[in-house]
Design a protein around this ligand. Structure first.
Ligand code: BGC
Length: 758
């Protein structure tokens, strides 16, 4: 009897467990059959991703003797190789020269477009346009697969709240709600419904996890945070990408709870697979397995064993798996079953792509001409760029400009191709981009435009050398800075309006490009200040891969249009906005600080126990002596040529039960002189809860287009799930009590309503 009860309890526990944890994946018979034929060495061979270094290598090593290694069955995938013919050759080596003829995964970093380069991801996120973002990913997949690639190392969904970190440019900014929506859009764009289609490729969500929280914003630095913060603020976008079906995950370089992600079993197995139900494969970041030696976790054999036992399936470039796993199996440090599991996941990915049916399905030499850099793709790039721009200031309504104006076009980025694509566009060709000068002439052929450089991006040759690793991004003119300035001032004197294109070079953001000073470089600051003194209206077209500290420029009588690095259609898109053919609608997705000392500053900060009630200094409140708490430019902020007014905020109910939704309605009116598009944003504040709530968090948004004078009622649904958070025991729950709802055009939205959750 006793025994039977025990068995019943056990069965119940197992059943409950099955409900909480994801269902086991169904085995794929073809893959199982293949696995049965494989030797241990052949299985280990599949776990290696090599690069011959043809592309841009992001580590200090590249793989040697790649062809021999493929023939020896030591390679599961390649990256840095493109073009249908080359890929066919590589597949032939694998298929015809190895015992089992297993084709290769062909990876690449396609971060913001393949050859049709779109704006950098931080820029794209500022469009708040999920359809557009999905479309850009879909086009990237179509172009990349035409060139032989079947696996993309994108999207990067790391939440970033430190603009010193150069890779903030590669993600969607500071917010997990928006970040999750973008993660989903990108994965869907790359993978679509069916991976066996020739136009789709495997998407990799990266960098799992917390890479964006590097201490001090220094790339590759340590991260450390509480689980509560992790679950509420940093993990949601990875989870959203996995829920959207991402087939692959890349482990990050950094520590998570003191163990680097690539060797972290809690992260790669317990959380990712057991709790989230991920069934795809995990690839390391570039040599991140080997880097655990430098982290202090042992020698190559030890860190490789740690990684595979933690749940990492594929070793990028490091060859630690290749050279040590057999030994670890012999010594009983790694089980053969663990290797088989990792190998199974990689074979399953190949199977899902249809590579076993046709290893050459991405090697159609007719496709590149048909699918890459088409006029339609470039049109989307232009649209994506103008939708990514954020109007930060419009002094005396200088913008839009008259198409017959006399324009002094000035600045080191004004007639420049090398910095238009932005960081991490190694598959794009900067020489195909439209410089701003050309774009202005295209869009306003009757304007009188004279160009002078005015300043170097930086005058510092040592600095320029660091930036110019992938090409001449900072070119220091032979002319002295004084001469450059003088020429520009003369140009400005005779013009109706000055357009100064200034900011960062492409590689001043991105990987390994952290800055401690995030102002506009000194040479250009001087140029701006001197131009203002001429007394003509000045428009700054500002390029950067991060939020900058532009406190000084904001205080000048200038207009500022933030254009990030706009991509292949840079000039045309900038001209569309400057001349009013497109009314800017972008909104910031990361707060812009007043200065670096304020970092981190983001919209969902907590009040603390000593909230500072105003910008005025009050002793013993949570404040700085020398800077207010608010950022210079808030999350969600961005102007238009028109103005919008919000009114009549209403909720469908003032009191709801658990699991009920609330409909939030607001009237938005275009009160200005142009048709325009607004990003309506919804924030909530959970007034009392068991862990301290953020002041406000984004929980909804909608883009709405309004003609002059038009009013629309916008409806946003606050779902029951939107009220939930991870409590101190990491349970995802909502707690009864009052909620405040704010709706408006940025994170300072003042229209407010409240409701009670019972
Ligand atoms: C980066 C990854 C990238 C990989 C391969 C690494 O250095 O962190 O984002 O996918 O290189 O290029």
């Amino acid at each position: 009897m006793k025994n039977r009860t025990l068995k019943l309890i056990l069965a119940a526990v197992i059943l409950i467990g099955m409900q909480t944890f994801a269902q086991e994946a169904q085995p794929i018979p073809e893959v199982e059959a293949l696995l049965k034929k494989m030797t241990l060495e052949e299985k280990i061979g599949q776990l290696n991703l090599l690069t011959p270094g043809g592309g841009v290598a992001t580590g200090s090593v590249v793989s040697k003797n790649v062809e021999e290694k493929i023939k020896a069955g030591n390679v599961g995938g390649l990256f840095g190789v493109t073009g249908p013919d080359k890929i066919r050759q590589a597949q032939e080596i694998a298929v015809k020269n190895t015992r089992l003829g297993i084709p290769l995964l062909i990876g690449s970093d396609i971060i913001h477009g393949y050859k049709t380069t779109f704006p950098i991801p931080l820029g794209l996120s500022s469009s708040w346009d999920m359809e557009l973002i999905e479309k850009t990913a879909q086009i990237a997949a179509k172009e990349a697969t035409a060139d032989g690639i079947n696996w993309n190392f994108s999207p990067m969904v790391d939440i970033a709240r430190d603009p010193r970190w150069g890779r903030i440019s590669e993600g969607a900014g500071e917010d997990p709600y928006l970040g999750s929506a973008i993660a989903k859009a990108m994965v869907t764009g790359y993978q679509q419904e069916d991976l066996t289609e020739e136009n789709t490729m495997i998407s990799t969500v990266k960098h799992f996890a917390l890479y964006g929280a590097a201490e001090g914003g220094r790339d590759y630095n340590t991260t450390d945070m509480s689980r509560v913060k992790m679950f509420n603020e940093y993990l949601p976008p990875y989870k959203a990408a996995i829920d959207a079906g991402a087939e692959s995950v890349m482990s990050s370089f950094n520590d998570v709870d003191g163990v680097p992600a690539s060797g972290n079993k809690w992260l790669l197995t317990h959380l990712l697979r057991e709790q989230w139900g991920f069934e795809g494969f995990v690839v390391s970041d570039y040599t991140s397995v080997n880097e655990m030696i430098a982290h202090g976790l042992g020698d190559l054999q030890a860190v490789s064993a740690l990684s595979i036992n933690a749940g990492l399936d594929m070793d990028m470039v490091g060859e630690g798996f290749l050279t040590t796993l057999k030994k670890s199996v012999d010594e009983g440090k790694v089980s053969e079953a663990t290797i088989t599991n990792a190998c199974r996941r990689i074979l399953e990915a190949k199977y899902k792509l249809g590579l076993f049916d046709d290893p050459y399905k991405y090697s159609d030499s007719k496709r590149p001409e048909r699918d890459i850099l088409t006029a339609a793709n470039k049109e989307i790039a232009r649209d994506a760029a103008r939708k990514s721009f954020v109007l930060l200031k419009n002094e005396n309504k200088t913008l839009p400009l008259d198409k017959t104006a006399k324009i002094a076009l000035i600045g080191p980025l004004a007639n420049n191709k090398n910095n238009m694509l932005g960081t991490w566009a190694p598959t794009g060709d900067p020489q195909l981009s439209t410089p701003i000068f050309e774009g202005l002439k295209n869009v306003a052929p009757n304007a009188e435009i004279s160009y002078t450089k005015g300043a170097n991006i930086s005058n510092d040759t040592a600095y320029a050398k660091k930036i110019n690793v992938f090409g001449p991004r900072i070119e220091i003119s032979e002319a002295t800075p004084e001469t450059l300035l003088e020429e520009a001032l003369q140009n400005a004197e005779t013009a109706d309006v000055v357009v100064a294109v200034v900011g960062e070079a492409t590689e001043m953001s991105g990987e390994s490009s952290s800055r401690t000073d995030i102002t506009i470089p000194e040479s250009q600051k001087t140029l701006i200040q001197e131009l203002v003194k001429i007394g003509k209206p000045v428009v700054l077209v500002l390029m950067s891969g991060r939020p900058l500290d532009i406190t000084e420029e904001l205080a000048l009588p200038v207009s500022i249009l933030q254009v990030w690095h706009p991509g292949i259609q840079a000039g045309n898109a900038v001209a569309d906005v400057l001349f009013g053919d497109y009314n800017p609608s972008g909104k910031l997705t990361a707060s812009w600080p007043q200065n670096v000392g304020q970092i981190p500053v983001y919209h969902s900060m907590k009040t603390t126990g000593r909230p500072a009630p105003s910008a005025e200094f009050l002793k013993f409140k949570s404040q700085y002596l020398d800077t207010p708490n608010a950022p210079a430019l808030a999350f969600g902020y961005g102007l238009s040529y028109t103005t919008f007014e919000y009114s009549n905020l209403k909720l469908s109910s003032k009191s709801i039960g658990q699991n009920e939704d609330v409909t939030v309605m607001v009237d938005v009116t275009n009160t200005g002189a142009y048709d325009g598009t607004e990003v309506v944003q919804l924030y909530i504040h959970d007034v009392v809860r068991s862990i301290t709530p953020p002041m406000r968090t984004l929980k909804g948004f909608q883009k709405v287009s309004l003609k002059q004078g038009e009013t629309k009622t916008v409806e946003l649904t606050l779902k029951a799930e939107d009220l939930k958070f991870y409590n101190g025991s990491l349970e995802f729950i909502s707690e009864p009590g009052e909620f405040e709802v704010f709706v408006g055009g940025d994170s300072n939205a003042s229209l407010k309503e409240t409701f009670i959750l019972n």
